[in-house]
Design a protein. Structure first.
Length: 412
């Protein structure tokens, strides 16, 4: 098998299943004449599917991997215009009547230095923070196709904070956004089909066709793909509390131990955190901040005072769309799969709020990624009503009581 397929993480190439290409193109009105382009064409399977539907169209394919272009030529023949070329290079301009394909998914830290420098040089306004390479790639596709796109994309842009500029760019062009079954690719990232033009709408797309068509709206800065309850608040959680990452020491085999020793601190992991309680395993942390700081590029511990407090909230870092928060009274040092609270107010009220049904409905509809992001929860509207009942219910591990008190506090 060629290296451009066997090294998908390096090149960001995940070949699209044939059925998904056909299902995506079923949602597109192909131009009668002109050019269709795939600027990350791989072996040319998208362009071949276009040609089957309309042989009169001129086909343009680019790819950064020479082996991919060889495979595309074998598939498409000499009639297609195929080039070894980096699509992010070159001047802005329209070259096609429609752009199709599956842009590369690569995180900035995995890019070659020269490619990262080019994409994050200011040329692309979507290349912000920790976005994948597909964000500036889609920005370039919009230029090449005059705004007409039919793509398979990761679903991370719908809600993650890093993609705010990308959402701003796409919003005027949005048409169909259809979630694809997770088993479509041999990867954990969720995927969707994006077709620009027409009224913004959401759906699911399977081998059986398009289902559950409904309007797509941007709410609280993100694009929920389900019913997204609105919570009225007085400011946001981030103005009162900050959620900070637990200890990231760089080498757990060195710093996390099974037997206590002098200077070691009790710890917990995200899997140990349930709603209202922590079932900490028998692990201890060698707390040696100076040595840990030297293990860069890993994030170092901040300060002992953040962990060594009588009562702090610990939030599991993996959500599954369901938040799990507990109050720690044992002075545990949470590892990186946890967040912990820092702020003013009753930490039990915060615990009850994050575990409550209204907050989980708000969060789950907006942020489908499996990892909790502090920047997401900082945007949670803070309830305008009193929280004494909420804190009391949390102290008693009363889930139903937390649900009712949070609903009352939000005026639901």
């Amino acid at each position: 098998m060629p290296s451009w397929i066997t090294q998908p993480k390096k090149l960001g190439q995940w070949p699209t299943p044939e059925w998904l290409i056909e299902a995506a193109l079923d949602q597109v009105q192909l131009p009668e004449t002109g050019a269709v382009m795939d600027p990350a064409c791989g072996d040319g399977r998208w362009l071949e599917a276009v040609r089957r539907r309309n042989p009169r169209l001129r086909l343009i394919g680019w790819d950064i991997a020479p082996e991919a272009i060889v495979a595309a030529r074998q598939r498409l023949g000499i009639q297609a215009d195929l080039q070894v070329r980096d699509a992010l290079a070159g001047e802005p301009g329209r070259l096609a009547d429609l752009v199709v394909g599956n842009p590369p998914y690569v995180r900035p830290q995995h890019l070659a230095p020269e490619q990262r420098a080019r994409a994050w040089s200011g040329r692309f306004r979507t290349a912000t923070d920790k976005v994948d390479l597909y964000a500036p790639f889609v920005e370039r596709m919009l230029e090449l196709g005059g705004g007409r796109l039919a793509l398979v994309l990761a679903d991370t842009w719908l809600s993650l904070h890093s993609y705010e500029a990308f959402r701003d760019l796409l919003q005027p062009h949005l048409g169909l956004v259809a979630i694809v079954p997770k088993e479509a690719f041999a990867a954990t990232v969720g995927t969707l089909v994006l077709v620009t033009g027409g009224a913004p709408r959401r759906a699911t797309l399977t081998r059986d066709g398009l289902n559950d068509l409904a309007p797509l709206h941007r709410i609280d800065g993100v694009f929920p793909l389900g019913e997204a309850p609105l919570l009225e608040g007085q400011g946001i959680l981030g103005e009162r509390w900050r959620l900070r990452m637990g200890v990231v020491c760089g080498s757990y085999s060195e710093w996390v131990i099974r037997q206590p020793e002098a200077g070691a601190e009790p710890t917990c992991r995200g899997k140990d955190v349930g709603r209202f309680s922590i079932s900490a395993g028998r692990e201890w942390l060698r707390w040696q901040p100076r040595e840990m700081l030297n293990r860069r590029p890993y994030v170092a511990p901040k300060t002992r005072a953040l962990y060594d407090v009588a009562h702090k909230l610990v939030l599991a870092g993996a959500s599954g769309r369901q938040l799990r928060a507990a109050v720690d009274s044992r002075r545990l040092f949470p590892l990186d799969s946890c967040y912990l609270s820092e702020g003013q107010g009753d930490v039990w009220a915060l615990c009850g709020l994050l575990n409550s049904a209204p907050v989980n409905a708000w969060y789950g509809a907006r942020f489908p990624a499996p990892r909790v992001k502090a920047v997401e929860l900082h945007r949670l509207p803070w309830p305008p009503g009193p929280l004494a009942r909420l804190a009391e219910a949390a102290r008693e591990s009363d889930q139903a009581g937390c649900d009712a008190a949070a609903a009352q506090a939000y005026g639901l």
